[in-house]
Design a protein around this ligand. Structure first.
Ligand SMILES: *Cc1c(COP(=O)(O)O)cnc(C)c1O
Length: 424
């Protein structure tokens, strides 16, 4: 396929003109993002007000961390925001995978069944389940519900698997790094939860909420999920939290996860914040806005890349359940150049050249643009691609829409001036 470069369309057009054209065409989508952003900002702010957050809450605790007011208040706020009774919000939870794996290990026992939908969970979690020391090696049964043709939940298939009364059903909200499936909307999550509960009321519905927080105006707890987990260096950390993970849900389940992650009987009572909690509070306050910036960046990129003849997932105008934007490229070289362009237009390590390399938890080598303030933060503008066809760049995040816009302009320049990218 020829990019329209050769048709002359783009030769005559500066990158900024193309950006403005796409912005004009997607104005209604930006309006939609702004509306959700307002609703979420108001919701989050009201929770700050109800909890009478003051500078006192930012003080760190030490040692065991008993009676840590900042931690306890933050956890109560997270519970409310994500629709649960209780929460764990801890720097001792290192990542999203750590939070989700903690839930699975705490809630599943020998010969219990775990069902995942739609399709396999993301690479790293699949290793947690089926890897050498994974859940299946300890006698846990594992079944995957196939996605439907559009990459969403296949309700008929899921209902059939749920007949076997799984102990846990794990629904992944984001597409992750997959083209086989798309993100789930809250309406779809709610429908799936109702279908699961109708067949098997005792099953625990666990939501991998990564990349989905604040994309819509409700969260999985409001849709009936029993337990939800995610990462603080994605959406809810607002780009400010330096690390950590969260678990929100029914009190008894959160207690079970805390007992597993800390020690039986100690549960939620200990866990010092050690460092200033201000960034976690401030990040939560900023999160609705930051997610809005990232979504606008994703819409712009999708619109521009589509104009340039690339396949994009989701399309600019598609309903979004997460902040991930996939752009399908044609070769390893293209992927490398895209990722390098993102890296060289980052605030941190702009002089560094990313290369393909193995990463723990992943099957294929990965190339990653991560010119981020917080290591590995993917609410900051970042771009990754596994070394496998179809060579696909997964973009996510962006603390500032104007930064996303600048990177998009740089990608347009790359495409219109590099011969390697004009392929047939
Ligand atoms: C990023 C991500 C996670 C969590 O990954 P960590 O890197 O362990 O924080 C979980 N689920 C999905 C779908 C993700 O994309």
């Amino acid at each position: 396929m020829n990019y329209p470069v050769e048709s002359g369309l783009l030769k005559a057009m500066k990158s900024i003109d193309l950006i403005k054209k796409v912005e004009e065409e997607t104005r209604h989508l930006f309006d939609g993002v702004n509306n959700n952003c307002y609703v979420n900002q108001k919701r989050v702010l009201d929770i700050f007000r109800q909890h009478r957050v003051s500078p006192l809450h930012f003080n760190p605790s030490t040692g065991y961390g008993y009676n840590d007011l900042g931690r306890e208040t933050l956890e109560s706020m997270y519970a409310q925001i994500f629709g649960g009774q209780d929460a764990l919000v801890r720097s001792q939870i290192i990542s999203g995978t750590h939070a989700i794996a903690g839930c699975l290990t705490a809630l599943l026992g020998n010969s219990d069944l775990l069902v995942c939908a739609p399709g396999n969970p993301y690479d790293t979690l699949l290793k947690v389940i089926t890897g050498p020391r994974g859940l299946t090696s300890r006698g846990i049964e594992f079944q995957v519900s196939k996605p439907d043709d559009a990459g969403g939940i296949n309700l008929t298939d899921l209902e059939m698997l749920v007949e076997s009364k799984p102990r846990v059903v794990l629904l992944q909200r984001s597409r992750g790094y997959s083209l086989e499936r798309r993100s789930l909307t809250m309406a779809e999550i709610e429908k799936a939860i109702q279908a699961i509960k109708a067949k098997s009321p005792e099953s625990i519905v666990l939501i991998d909420n990564c990349y989905g927080e604040f994309v819509e105006t409700t969260e999985p707890g409001h849709a009936g999920a029993d337990i939800i987990a995610g990462s603080l260096i994605k959406n809810p950390g607002g780009g400010l939290a330096a690390g950590g993970g969260y678990v929100v849900g029914k009190s008894d389940l959160v207690e079970a996860v805390a007992d597993h992650l800390v020690a039986p009987g100690l549960g939620k009572e200990i866990g010092p914040s050690l460092y200033d909690l201000r960034t976690v509070y401030q990040g939560l306050f900023m999160a609705p806005h930051v997610v809005g910036e990232a979504l606008k960046g994703a819409i712009l990129l999708a619109g521009v890349m589509d104009e340039l003849g690339f396949e994009v997932e989701p399309g600019a105008g598609a309903i979004r359940g997460d902040i991930v934007q996939a752009v399908r490229l044609k070769s390893r070289e293209e992927l490398e150049r895209f990722v390098n362009t993102v890296q060289s237009h980052s605030p941190v390590d702009s002089h560094v050249r990313p290369e393909f390399a193995p990463l723990p938890g992943y099957t294929d080598e990965i190339i990653m643009a991560a010119g981020t303030f917080v290591q590995g933060s993917s609410i900051e503008l970042s771009c990754d691609g596994p070394l496998r066809p179809p060579y696909t760049a997964f973009f996510q995040g962006g603390l500032s829409y104007q930064h996303c816009r600048y990177v998009t302009a740089a990608l347009i320049e790359l495409i219109t001036t590099t011969t390697i990218l004009v392929t047939t």
